[in-house]
Design a protein around this ligand. Structure first.
Ligand code: 1GP
Length: 253
């Protein structure tokens, strides 16, 4: 039987081991490009696939996950942009509550409506405090949710938000500057948050180079999520994975 995804995250955190999650937007991959990505991901020992998009306008979610499952053993975690993005073929679901915003719909409203459906899916549910950080450009999530992101220079607000999320019972904290963000989250903010929470910390949005991924890990990120940069250049997977995995204390490169 497959080990629950959350257990793998906790065990890795205990060992200080950093993880690489490749974000796949079903709207942006073709069967051929996904095939190539799966090959590169297996070689690079990618830890997780996150699957989802802000909109997912096609019906390709199930097909995309089934293709991953047919060719890869890497766990698939749903990162839904809306409650409709639930597929029983995945392994786990980031059950997101937008704790950086003040829109009740995304804090609890949509969850109430979709709860029976989510429960029925049989997926492993990982409650996730989702925090949008200003990445220098309006993001789809901020626009759709009508919720202001946390300013990038307000590390104290991020820290208190993450602490509150953890104390409310969130099993993960995900700080996101938004897909394709101009400015990824600053290390100072990652550090401030990481020092004040015990649950695994996921970081993503606008990470384009291996050095940034490495520095984010050293600042305290447990999981680095990269989507956009890999859509442009899938070959980056190899160096990103090496950088992230080398940030684990004691690993020599
Ligand atoms: C976005 O955190 C993810 O929600 C990843 O961002 O696509 O910019 O890598 P990128």
């Amino acid at each position: 039987m497959q080990v629950p995804v959350y257990q793998t995250l906790l065990e890795k955190k205990q060992r200080g081991q950093k993880s690489f999650a490749v974000l796949i937007d079903p709207d942006k991959v073709s069967p051929a490009s996904l095939d190539q990505l799966l090959r590169l991901a297996a070689e690079a020992r990618v830890d997780y696939f996150f699957v989802g998009g802000s909109l997912v306008v096609s019906n390709g979610l199930d097909d995309c996950i089934l293709q991953i499952k047919a060719h890869s053993k890497i766990p698939v975690v749903l990162f839904p942009g809306s409650p409709s993005q639930v597929s029983p073929h995945a392994d786990a679901l980031l059950y997101l509550s937008l704790i950086s915003g003040r829109n009740p719909e995304l804090l609890i409203g949509q969850h109430v409506i979709s709860a029976p459906f989510v429960r029925k899916s049989g997926l492993e549910i990982m409650s996730t405090g989702y925090m949008v950080i200003d990445g220098g450009a309006p993001t789809t999530v901020s626009y759709i949710s009508n919720a202001a992101p946390i300013p990038a220079d307000k590390a104290d607000i991020a820290m208190c938000t993450a602490m509150a999320g953890e104390m409310l019972g969130q099993k993960l904290i995900y700080m996101d500057a938004g897909s394709g963000a101009k400015k990824p989250i600053p290390e100072e903010m990652i550090m401030a948050v990481a020092q004040h929470i015990d649950v695994p910390l996921i970081i993503g949005g606008g990470i384009r180079d291996a050095e940034k991924a490495y520095l984010n890990c050293r600042a305290g990120a447990d999981v680095i999520v990269i989507g956009n940069a890999l859509e442009k250049d899938p070959g980056l997977i190899t160096e990103m994975a090496a950088a992230i995995h080398s940030a684990t204390p004691g690993v020599k490169i």
